[in-house]
Design a protein around this ligand. Structure first.
Ligand code: 8YV
Length: 333
């Protein structure tokens, strides 16, 4: 007679669809509650899902706060598949004794590439020109009436938020022989400033002097509407504004009004207040390039983000230190 030993695997939640190979690998070690249908859980559903698991892979769409964690006594880790973690209420997560992790570094270059692409598309009116062409308006080549853009090379780029991605954009800007000015919570080290040939300035000076303003700062309550009507008024009428940070950093309605009034030349937005909804006033404009939050979206990088999140989750469940632990001060070595 053979005795069957029942080994129970730890239960985890994968709150959104991930690449099938990554899911299959997880299923070898864990009992996985997956969500390959990719329907976003309501807060009540998320709370219920978290109540029975020891670890969870989540994205920016899942808000993890005291309420979400209130019935999850066994949860050890919430691993965000994103570098930004404004969906995490860190004090509440720490108070619940849960580790919080994110996915830095693996998306830096891909996101910096996109920031630069959006800047180029916005300054050179690429999507607007394509719509114009598709609408059959291109009946002749013309010096004066084909869409005229703004130069990028040899202009001044102003970067607000000079973390890893901001510095990546600055380095790309050097290839275009741009002058780099930046504003950040804290000034970079001399070595980092030198590597980016970047000059630290106040936010106001940056807005007054930059030809292209790029936003790459994390979203916090203090950063809400970092750019509103007052700030746009400081910008040059020829300037562009690029937001690859988070919705809420820019007052979208104020931006729409400023673009309509021609207060700045154009804007490029990858993130929106209340996304995936987009303020209808923005949709009416032609001097804007709109993207559906795709700055990190290459297959290679999205896979790497998932892999890093899984590495974080596995480490925490093996009682090891996750490589990108956010609330590290709570889990001293
Ligand atoms: C994510 C992002 O794709 O990493 C981030 O902070 O904004 C994107 O790379 C998105 O947040 C999904 O979680």
């Amino acid at each position: 007679m053979t005795t069957q030993i029942k080994t129970s695997k730890p239960k985890i939640l994968v709150a959104r669809a991930i690449f099938p190979e990554a899911l299959a690998k997880l299923e070898e070690s864990f009992e996985v509650r997956s969500n390959q249908e990719d329907q976003i859980f309501t807060p009540a559903e998320l709370k219920k899902e978290l109540s029975s698991v020891v670890g969870a892979l989540v994205t920016g769409s899942e808000r993890i706060d005291a309420e979400a964690l209130s019935e999850a006594p066994n949860l050890k880790i919430v691993a965000n598949i994103a570098v930004g973690y404004n969906n995490f209420d860190i004090p509440s997560i720490s108070a619940a004794g849960v580790m919080a992790t994110n996915t830095p570094d693996v998306l830096t270059d891909t996101t910096a590439d996109f920031g630069f692409a959006l800047l180029m598309a916005t300054a050179r009116r690429i999507t607007e020109s394509e719509h114009w062409l598709r609408a059959g308006k291109w009946d002749k080549w013309s010096i004066v009436s084909n869409p005229l853009g703004m130069d990028v090379h040899h202009t001044t780029i102003g970067i607000i938020g000079m973390g890893r991605i901001g510095q990546g954009i600055a380095k790309r800007a050097l290839g275009f022989e741009m002058k780099v000015i930046y504003h950040n919570r804290s000034r970079l080290s001399e070595a980092d400033e030198k590597a980016c040939k970047a000059t630290y300035v106040s936010k106001e000076d940056l807005l007054r002097n930059a030809d292209h303003v790029v936003l790459v700062l994390p979203y916090t309550a203090e950063n809400h509407h970092t750019i509103g009507a007052k700030e746009i008024d400081l910008m040059k009428p020829t300037a562009t504004l690029i937001n690859i940070a988070r919705g809420g950093i820019v007052d979208d309605l104020a931006l729409a009004e400023a673009l309509k009034a021609g207060k700045i030349f154009a804007a490029g937005l990858d993130v929106f207040e209340g996304e995936p909804k987009v303020n209808p006033e923005l949709l009416k404009l032609s001097n804007i390039v709109l993207a559906p939050h795709i700055a990190s979206s290459t297959e290679k990088t999205r896979r790497a983000m998932g892999d890093l999140a899984i590495q974080n989750l596995r480490a925490a469940l093996d009682n090891k230190r996750p490589p990108s632990l956010i609330n590290a001060e709570v889990f001293k070595e």
